[in-house]
Design a protein around this ligand. Structure first.
Ligand SMILES: [Zn+2]
Ligand SMILES: [Zn+2]
Length: 136
């Protein structure tokens, strides 16, 4: 995970601050998307909220991670794994009705709707509901 975290930071020309590295390791380690509270609880105690919040913002701005907005204002974060520039939000997510786990689905698993003439899509938000492997 350390290695992968270094590569992701390097790709975005972000320096390897301890908080960035640890936060990426937490997110890479997790099979599902995490809320900020979950991320905080898995990070070493000594990082303060401001540092964590700032790191989260810079990761979002740089597209190192992306956010998934759920009903009720709940937000989860996951590492952006797709290399190509425009893929930021171009994959669907899975929401488990039993454990509330959120997972990124591979890009190929969803066909984006065709755009009418003159319309340009900048992203889409698709949430597939069901039961995850653990709950099924
Ligand atoms: Zn589940
Ligand atoms: Zn995702």
């Amino acid at each position: 995970m350390q290695e992968e975290a270094f590569v992701l930071l390097g790709n975005k020309n972000l320096s390897r601050t301890p908080c960035r590295v640890e936060m990426l390791k937490v997110l890479l380690d997790s099979g599902s998307a995490l809320s900020d509270a979950e991320i905080r609880s898995k990070l070493p105690q000594h990082f303060d909220r401001t540092t964590i919040y700032r790191t989260l913002r810079s990761f979002l701005e740089q597209d190192v991670i992306h956010s998934i907005a759920l009903e009720g204002g709940d937000v989860r974060y996951a590492v952006t794994r797709h290399k190509d520039q425009n893929s930021r939000q171009f994959h669907a997510h899975f929401f488990c009705d039993s454990c509330s786990g959120v997972y990124c689905l591979s890009r190929a698993s969803f066909v984006p709707p065709e755009m009418p003439d003159g319309f340009v899509a900048s992203g889409y938000d698709v949430l597939v509901n069901g039961k995850c492997r653990n709950c099924n």
